[in-house]
Ligand binder design. Structure first.
Ligand code: C5P
Length: 297
């Protein structure tokens, strides 16, 4: 018997970042929006824990115990006195190391898949607690939709979204390390007064009313200067998408994927095509939001 879980990518429509905390993390006001680019994670009983991955970027996915999918299986198994003997297969479609929570998505998906396979009886609260131990973005991958994350980003409050938003995502060559981007944020803000992060009322309103133009005016990512400092060429990608008619452009999370909010599916097609021909990115993908969280197929 196998269990397959489908899990979405995310874009941060607002990422407000505070000063570094004593534990090295940063307090955030992190408005997550799940987008319809998906990985599928299948777990099957096996002699021992092993991971395989398929998809165009499969070679970039670590297949050892550092993979969040493996860590999720082990964490759940330990709590319930089960041996984590499963074959985890990741069918990867979310950009790798791209700021779209692809690794976190696989962690949440493996957790839900193993929980279903083993019938542990763990409740939603327990699964969310394990997700928070695995990483700051993992709880959101489980719940999907849209949510405000505070603390490290793991304490979630659901947000209503009153419409469908259209996006194009430009996939960059190579990844960016999340700790390196936060480190660059600290370097760039050293000696300045970093305000406490707070969610933008205008942004939450735009999501609630499904107003793409209002959302375009309210998008913000305080990690963007740090990502651009480490990867200056991303400015060319942002400019190419804006010139092609995107309503707004920003770096997705810690990057290097860039996100373009567009008016409709037709505009998404045009902007994606323009980004690909601009030569400023490796690929461009259209997707809509919000998308549901991790779901057993
Ligand atoms: O929680 P996660 O393992 O995804 O975080 C990866 C890294 O990103 C952390 O080690 C830290 O350097 C940085 N981070 C941070 N503040 C957050 C979330 C992540 O500094 N709220």
């Amino acid at each position: 018997m196998s269990v397959t879980v489908r899990v979405p990518a995310k874009v941060n429509v607002q990422l407000a970042v505070g000063a570094p905390r004593p534990d090295g993390f940063h307090d955030l006001a992190n408005v997550f929006l799940a987008v319809g680019l998906y990985d599928e994670v299948t777990v099957t009983p096996a002699d021992e824990l092993r991971i395989t991955c398929s998809g165009p970027d499969a070679a970039k996915v670590p297949l050892d115990a550092t993979n969040l999918a493996a860590r999720a299986a082990i964490a759940l198994a330990e709590r319930h006195g089960i041996a984590p003997d499963v074959h985890i297969h990741i069918a990867k479609d979310i950009p790798v190391a791209g700021g779209m929570a692809g690794g976190s998505a696989d962690g949440a998906a493996a957790l839900l898949a193993c929980d279903t396979l083993w019938s542990t009886g763990a409740g939603r609260e327990e699964l969310l607690a394990i997700c928070a131990e695995l990483g700051s973005d993992v709880p959101f991958s489980l719940v999907g939709g849209a949510a405000l994350g505070v603390g490290r980003g793991e304490q979630l409050t659901a947000i209503d979204v009153g419409g469908t938003f259209h996006w194009v995502f430009a996939v960059a060559d190579g990844g960016l390390s999340t700790p390196a981007v936060y480190g660059e944020f600290d370097r760039l803000t050293a000696g300045t007064d970093v305000p406490d992060p707070a969610a933008s009322a205008a942004l939450l309103d735009a999501l609630r009313t499904g107003d793409a133009t209002a959302l375009a005016g309210a998008l913000s990512n305080e990690l963007q200067p740090a990502a651009l400092s480490l990867r200056p060429s991303l400015a060319d990608t942002l400019a190419a998408g804006t010139e092609a008619g995107a309503l707004a452009a920003l770096v997705s999370g810690s990057g290097p994927t860039t996100a373009f909010l567009v008016a409709d599916a037709e505009s998404a097609r045009k902007v994606a095509e323009a980004l690909i021909t601009s030569g400023t990115c490796r690929n461009a993908r259209a997707a809509v939001s919000p998308a549901p969280g991790a779901t057993v197929l």
